[in-house]
Design a protein around this ligand. Structure first.
Ligand SMILES: [Zn+2]
Length: 168
């Protein structure tokens, strides 16, 4: 999957709360979380009433308003992706590092992150990335994905973001 594919993808949102199964309607406050289960990423959406049931080990969570259900391909929600990127700071497990790298590349392409430095440690490139309009920077290490790992990550991202191959 290329960054261009991401640009054409829609962000997947479940139609019901994973905790209470209440429908998530347009305009409703929704709490989304990325969790790792069996070394795979899953996305969970909850209604506001169930916000306290987000697993404590979630990689990231963010709150948004459910968009009106537009016809046609939905746009990737870049604000949510940036939130995901920032909130993954400090996580050092391999799965999180891989996800963060891919998300970082995507946000760089969209100029929501800029590169303020780069260096090599232990043979791996580290990019210093800064969100637009912020002063804080984040070190993001190239996870050195091999083909199998990259394929696995594509599967995860397809499920999380409901990749839509239709061209916009
Ligand atoms: Zn609920």
């Amino acid at each position: 999957m290329t960054v261009e594919d991401w640009d054409r993808s829609g962000i997947r949102a479940a139609n019901v709360c994973v905790a209470c199964h209440a429908p998530l309607i347009a305009g409703a406050v929704t709490i989304s979380a990325i969790v790792i289960r069996d070394e795979r990423f899953l996305r969970e959406d909850r209604c506001a009433a169930c916000s306290s049931t987000v697993p404590v080990d979630s990689v990231s969570q963010w709150t948004s308003r459910r968009p009106a259900d537009a016809k046609g391909p939905r746009r990737l929600d870049f604000d949510s992706l940036l939130e995901l990127f920032v909130r993954m700071e400090g996580r050092s497990d391999d799965a999180s590092l891989r996800l963060r790298w891919i998300v970082g590349l995507l946000l760089m392409r969209r100029r929501l992150l800029s590169v303020t430095g780069r260096r090599v440690e232990d043979g791996r490139e580290i990019l210093v990335l800064k969100p637009r309009g912020e002063e804080k920077t984040y070190d993001v290490k190239d996870p050195g994905l091999d083909d199998d790992a990259a394929e696995s990550l594509r599967d995860d991202l397809s499920r999380i973001f409901d990749l839509d191959r239709r061209t916009v």
